[in-house]
Design a protein around this ligand. Structure first.
Ligand code: MG
Length: 341
């Protein structure tokens, strides 16, 4: 198996603000796996605050390429992907790029999309939220009007209470569309967090993602006992081994391919979360339609999806999953369902 990779910088349509930073581009790396004339596509998307870079991805992918060159049977997913994971600690986005490309290769070779291989009904794919970043009330109102085709909005909060309330009020000036809130660990004191959640519960908010610091599990458990809205773990849950420790702390988990090393482990996380009685959300970074379409293959299994990453960028180099009337719509193409533009 031959692995190729190249850096690709994603240009954001709008500067994007969350509680900790604002940015206008996201570094990514595109990956191809080729074997017997079939090419599978993959992608690593690496927002700077997560620690991976195009350079660390290139170093990891070079070492993985040497290992993959000896693989004669790419269908041995259960041998190959755990071995890739063992090559180094971290590098979860680079690992996800290989996982996605291998899944794409296998699906293309079988002539079937992954939702069909997994036995999932594409008609059960959920609606996706559309994310509105932290900005001035005027810009937030404009972005909310632009998002009129979406049936659920995702809002980034986690600053001081007055600023958070102003952002919600700006959206509610424009629309009654349900909102999911992501505080990105921004609320520090549990009493303040509870007061904010109680205020949000009266304003059409569906759930709260990562209200407090990722290590503040005791405070979050306290909050969950009193919260009128479900709490979803994002930063507190990266990989499969993290799922069990948030039982009783959060009501659900947000799975992202770039955190959890790809589709194989995402599937395992969904299975474990269900066994523990947790809700499941499928999220993304800013990504092209490559990684987004891969995640979308799993979407019929989840309660909520936030797979708007590709519509937030100006230079999407793949055609794949489409959002039609706010709903994830899976193409009937093999593998992860993408073609290069
Ligand atoms: Mg989040």
């Amino acid at each position: 198996m031959q692995l190729r990779h190249q850096p690709y910088t994603l240009q954001l349509r709008h500067a994007f603000g969350i509680a900790s930073n604002t940015r206008t581009s996201t570094p990514a790396t595109l990956v191809e796996i080729e074997h017997e004339g079939v090419v599978g596509h993959g992608e690593a998307a690496m927002p700077p605050y997560l620690g991976e870079t195009q350079a660390t991805a290139a170093a990891f992918l070079d070492s993985a390429a040497g290992w993959l060159a000896k693989v004669e049977n790419p269908f041995l997913r259960e041998e190959i992907l755990p071995a890739i994971d063992q090559l180094a600690a971290g590098n979860t986005a680079a690992k996800a790029a290989i996982d996605i490309a291998l899944h794409d290769w296998i699906g293309r070779k079988l002539g079937a999309p992954w939702h069909r291989i997994w036995g999932l009904d594409p008609r059960k794919a959920p609606v996706t939220s559309y994310t509105i970043g932290i900005d001035t009330p005027e810009v937030v109102r404009a972005k909310t009007r632009e998002a009129a085709g979406y049936r659920i909005l995702k809002v980034k909060l986690g600053r001081e209470a007055a600023a958070d309330r102003a952002l919600i009020d700006a959206i509610r000036d424009v629309t009654d569309t349900p909102i999911t809130v992501d505080a990105n660990q921004g609320w520090r004191a549990r009493d303040d967090a509870l007061r904010m959640i109680e205020w949000l519960a009266g304003r059409g908010v569906v759930f709260i993602e990562q209200p407090m610091g990722k290590e503040q599990l005791d405070d979050t458990a306290w909050l969950r006992e009193r919260s009128p809205l479900p709490l979803i773990a994002d930063e507190s849950v990266q990989r499969l081994a993290d799922v069990a420790r948030v039982r009783g702390v959060f009501d659900g988990i947000n799975i992202k391919l770039m955190k959890c090393t790809g589709l194989r482990e995402a599937w395992q996380m969904i299975t474990l979360a269900r066994a523990l009685g947790l809700k499941v959300m499928l999220g993304c970074m800013t990504e092209t339609s490559c990684a987004i379409s891969a995640a979308a293959q799993l979407s019929p299994l989840v309660d909520w999806a936030d797979l708007d990453g590709a519509v937030l960028i100006a230079n999407d180099c793949f055609d794949g999953m489409r959002i039609v009337d706010g709903r994830i719509t899976l193409p009937d193409r093999p593998g992860i369902g993408v073609v290069k533009r």
